[in-house]
Design a protein around this ligand. Structure first.
Ligand SMILES: Cc1cc2nc3c(=O)[nH]c(=O)nc-3n(C[C@H](O)[C@H](O)[C@H](O)COP(=O)(O)OP(=O)(O)OC[C@H]3O[C@@H](n4cnc5c(N)ncnc54)[C@H](O)[C@@H]3O)c2cc1C
Length: 512
């Protein structure tokens, strides 16, 4: 097989992409993973022997390396790239802001590592006979097992949890334990002495140090967070997975008969040249926004794909609204512990109650700000709500530009979450600075699971109905809002896609 040919190309190395690439490589498939961002400089990536590493933004680099790109709906040229090694990408669209991230491991570096099943207990039921909650259960289990997603023991619980602070509060109550939430952190055996450990695949990482506050939305250099590069990619590299960082896919083109089925064109940001790779199978896991963008641009701008009549429809922001709760509690440093402090709800709220997540500001000690402001930020919390919106957003290409249109007034959940936050502020006597406008870090839908005649774009194996060999392995394929943090479901979906692919492509004689 020559350099520019491979059996499968996976685009993006977040949850969907890493799970798919790793499982296929471990099953013996020749896979190339293309990721537009850099490898991050962490204890684990150093131990893996990655040479070209980029530090997470801290201190002055916060100004230069926080933002990779910005898409404003007013600029005629669309996306503005600020730094190819930047951490976040921001979309300001009609009716909604969306934040996603970049780099090997995708959003697993910036997330709070909360794992939950979708709010609806029959989320996966009713679309296809051979896909259901029951068939998805082993895939959730595989993801939880591989990530080591767990709950802290009571004796090493991190500080400031909702259970500790609000179990007996007159106005607020913790959402846990009624809701089953797990966390993708490596909890310390002894919380006063977090150890350096080596995984069974030879990757070095530290247990979580509750005293640093340096493992939140700006990445975890110590490796305490169970990111995709540690848990999925490192073992798969040993099985022959090829990972090309700083390689941004521009177009997927279906080839004429007789050739390899697809040509994938990408910009190699290292050498600043466009390159191509040919393959039979393309798995798109670029994160909902970029998966939709890539599929739509490949079809409507570059003419490389056709069909997919429902592509771009049923886009959801998962009900996300965010704010800052300026609690300013004396002697309280919320950056201690893990980023998520657990959600709370109003005791008097009507059913179904709105849970409001509480997260500390990340890596505050590294902000180039006056000490007084840093201390104040440490004493407050980022609050967020999520829930089922009407999932009626539309992603499209207009005048050559990628657009999202979303009308929040169709989705009562956004106002309900905002009102709940304002009631929390009133009851606590402490301001919450929040906008009414949806601001999501959990975009989903747009290339939805479902029968083609019912608005679906992909089938139960993740394959696009009218483009055989093209798969969607991230939350763009979700049939509805999860109304909960989605990563466990993205991991499970990708496990499902990979398992079905491996089964369908195993050599004759090995089939069950
Ligand atoms: C601050 C923050 C906190 C969060 N906390 C939680 C949480 O606690 N729990 C939870 O479940 N979710 C959380 N999320 C959401 C979670 O991070 C996302 O849902 C998840 O990362 C999406 O996974 P994905 O695989 O779809 O895409 P991503 O993780 O976004 O990965 C996509 C990857 O594809 C790459 N890519 C994009 N375009 C291209 C291209 N053209 N070519 C090559 N590569 C490309 C990107 O650089 C990226 O690395 C949080 C998000 C943020 C921003």
């Amino acid at each position: 097989m020559t350099e520019n040919m491979t059996e499968a190309v996976v685009i993006g190395s977040g949850f969907g992409g890493s799970v798919t690439a790793a499982r296929l490589a471990e099953a013996g498939v020749n896979v190339t993973l293309l990721e537009r961002g850099p490898w991050w400089d962490t204890v684990p990536t150093r131990s893996m022997g990655v040479e070209d590493r980029t530090p997470f933004p801290r201190h002055a680099r916060l100004f230069t390396h926080s933002l990779r790109s910005l898409t404003l709906r007013w600029t005629p040229w669309g996306r503005t790239r600020l730094n190819r090694k930047g951490l976040f990408e921001v979309y300001i669209s009609k009716g909604m802001e969306v934040v996603c991230s970049s780099g090997v491991g995708g959003g697993s570096h910036v997330y709070s590592a909360l794992h939950r099943r979708p709010l609806s207990p029959d989320y996966w039921d009713g679309y296809f006979d051979d896909l259901s909650e029951q068939t998805m259960a082993p895939h959730y289990a595989d993801f939880i097992d591989r990530v080591g997603s767990s709950k802290p023991d009571p004796e090493n619980a991190p500080p400031h949890t909702a259970m500790q602070m609000y179990s007996n509060h007159p106005d607020f109550a913790p959402v846990v334990p009624q809701v089953d939430v797990r966390t993708g952190f490596l909890f310390p055996r002894d919380k006063d002495n977090p150890r350096l450990v080596t995984t069974e695949h030879g990757v070095a990482r530290y247990e979580t140090d509750y005293s640093t506050g340096d493992h939140g939305f700006l990445g975890a250099p110590s490796g305490s967070k169970s990111t995709m590069d540690i848990v999925y990619l490192a073992p798969a590299l040993a099985q022959g997975l090829t990972i090309r960082a700083l390689c941004e896919v521009i177009a997927i083109r279906r080839q004429a008969d007789g050739a390899r089925r697809f040509r994938v064109d990408y910009m190699d940001h290292d050498i600043r040249k466009t390159r191509s790779i040919q393959t039979d199978h393309v798995f798109v896991g670029a994160g909902t926004m970029n998966t939709l963008r890539l599929l739509l641009e490949s079809r409507d701008k570059h003419g490389g794909l056709s069909g997919m009549p429902h592509l771009g429809h049923r886009f959801s922001g998962n009900g996300d609204i965010r704010g800052f709760w300026d609690l300013d509690m004396d002697d309280t440093d919320f950056t201690q512990g893990v980023p998520s402090k657990g959600a709370i709800h109003l005791r008097d709220d009507k059913w179904p109650r709105i849970g409001i997540g509480r997260n500390n500001m990340p890596s505050v000690s590294a902000y180039p700000l006056p000490g007084r402001i840093r201390e104040r930020l440490k004493r407050g919390l980022v609050v967020s709500g999520m829930g089922a919106d009407s999932a009626d957003g539309v992603a499209s290409i207009r005048n050559g530009k990628f657009h999202i249109e979303f009308d929040p007034s169709n989705s009562p959940i956004y106002a309900q979450i905002y009102d709940t936050m304002m009631e929390m502020a009133r009851l606590s006597g402490r301001k919450i600075f929040a906008g009414r406008r949806p601001s999501t870090v959990h975009p989903m839908g747009g290339a939805c699971l479902g029968p083609a005649d019912a608005g679906g774009v992909v089938g139960p194996d993740g394959q696009v109905h009218d483009v055989p060999g093209l798969y969607v392995v991230d939350a763009a394929a979700f049939p509805a809002p999860t109304a909960a943090p989605p990563t466990m479901s993205i991991g499970a979906w990708a496990e499902n896609v990979a398992a079905r692919f491996i089964k369908a492509h195993q050599p004759p004689g090995q089939a069950e």
